[in-house]
Write a protein that binds this ligand. Structure first.
Ligand SMILES: Cc1cc2nc3c(=O)[nH]c(=O)nc-3n(C[C@H](O)[C@H](O)[C@H](O)COP(=O)(O)OP(=O)(O)OC[C@H]3O[C@@H](n4cnc5c(N)ncnc54)[C@H](O)[C@@H]3O)c2cc1C
Length: 395
């Protein structure tokens, strides 16, 4: 997938011009150590701005208000946003990718009509999949939904729902047939978080941030029309949701990393005796090479998927590679910044490898070993589905 052709030049110019006029140069200062309330209102206003300009959902079809952009065009937009150091849309992430991709593939016409325009208007979603005893082994989930006439009564607990405290709706997986084999007794629901019996409790992290929530469900009613796909067919629907975050997110983050790496090296070069340490020089070259490999891998995976040539295991390989590069890159940032880089300063919210707060970025990089399926699970997938090794005994 190339992004330097003449056909992309006009788009690149438009995006650059818009960014030059719309990115507030002070946004990092305003969001460093900001309260969650300030973060939410900043993200909402940035989203409105992007939606108005057609840059919030370049990946959606035009029929639903999206840009209908090709992969190459989306990559151009990510490259320019990274270059301009623009804020990322972190609050709307689940709404724009997970929810939209799930509804576009599996939603009823009424569900699409109800939610896709609302998302463009600011409706926020979270994902309620994981439970205290069901993470890697998601199919063991125990939240129970029992049908009573035209509604389901739901009881159970979800955990690690990103920014659930800000959301209006939740993508919920619940067990509807406890007798069926575990993958075949799960249903995918759209849950209105204002429903009676929903209790959302933010989880306080060591950084002071509250990025995740527990969601407790007690006799919560969900109407039958809020099922996505079929009753007990939720596992397949959930695969679409889980796949939604892989390609585009890594494409965006790898562009952010590439720009930040150049900036970091340029800054380090200004110091006396810069790059005299051979080991450090080797580390920089190593990160650069791995990052270029990542960019090539993710672009190839997306171009193949777009052309209907999905390679088994490719998303797992890309994710494993990404998790490693993110850790090496932020580790390099800590080292280049010297002792100062080890200070834990207030977090910048809505950033992405340009925070200058390397210690936080380094800690944060560990999330990619876990989120969206841990490294060990990705390796299991590669061993079983790509290399044809025997399946795990417990699976
Ligand atoms: C940043 C972030 C955001 C998240 N956002 C959401 C969200 O919005 N909604 C949501 O529902 N969930 C979310 N999660 C939760 C995430 O999906 C789970 O953390 C993940 O699936 C792992 O589950 P677990 O935490 O229960 O760990 P466990 O499954 O208990 O795993 C613990 C350890 O055991 C290893 N392990 C487990 N099984 C195997 C195996 N078969 N073979 C080898 N090793 C194994 C794992 O790799 C891991 O190292 C988020 C997590 C993170 C980090």
């Amino acid at each position: 997938m190339r992004t330097d052709g003449a056909d992309h030049a006009a788009l690149r110019e438009d995006v650059r011009r818009w960014l030059a006029q719309n990115v507030d140069p002070q946004w990092r200062a305003r969001m460093t150590g900001a309260t969650q309330q300030a973060f939410v209102s900043f993200q909402k206003s940035w989203f409105r701005n992007l939606a108005g300009a057609g840059f919030a959902v370049p990946h959606w079809p035009t029929q639903w208000g999206g840009g209908g952009r090709s992969l190459g065009e989306q990559a151009v937009i990510y490259e320019e946003f990274a270059r301009a150091g623009a804020p990322r849309l972190t609050l709307q992430f689940v709404s724009l990718y997970h929810t939209a991709m799930t509804l576009l593939e599996w939603g009823s016409e009424a569900q699409k009509q109800r939610h896709l325009p609302a998302i463009l208007n600011g409706e926020l979603w979270c994902q309620g999949f994981s439970e205290p005893d069901a993470g890697s082994d998601l199919a063991s989930l125990r939240t129970r939904a029992q049908r009573e006439g035209e509604r389901y009564i739901v009881n159970g607990q979800k955990i690690w729902s990103t920014l659930g405290q800000c959301a209006d709706f939740c993508l919920l997986l619940a067990r509807t047939d406890p007798q069926a084999p575990k993958h075949r007794g799960i249903t995918f629901f759209l849950l209105d978080l204002k429903s009676k019996g929903v209790d959302i409790r933010p989880i306080k992290q060591i950084t002071g941030d509250e990025e995740f929530c527990e969601i407790f469900l007690t006799d919560v009613e969900i109407p039958v029309e809020n099922i996505v796909g079929s009753e007990n067919g939720g596992w397949q629907v959930a695969q679409t949701t889980l796949a939604a975050e892989r390609g585009l997110t890594i494409l965006e983050l790898s562009e952010r990393m590439r720009v930040a790496l150049d900036q970091t090296i340029a800054e380090a070069a200004r110091a006396d005796g810069a790059f005299e340490d051979d080991e450090l020089r080797r580390a920089i070259v190593d990160v650069h090479i791995r990052l270029e490999v990542l960019r090539a891998l993710v672009r190839k995976m997306m171009a193949d998927a777009g052309a209907g040539r999905e390679t088994p295991g490719a998303p797992s390989i890309v994710k494993l590679h990404y998790a490693r590069v993110a850790r090496q890159f932020t580790d390099l940032g800590v080292r280049l910044a010297g002792l100062e880089g080890q200070l834990l300063e207030p977090i910048l919210l809505g950033g992405g490898y340009e925070t200058g707060n390397w210690m936080c970025d380094y800690f944060d990089s560990y999330q990619y070993n876990i989120a969206g399926g841990s490294n060990e699970i990705q390796r299991n997938i590669v061993s079983e589905r790509v290399l044809g090794m025997p399946r795990e005994k417990s699976a």
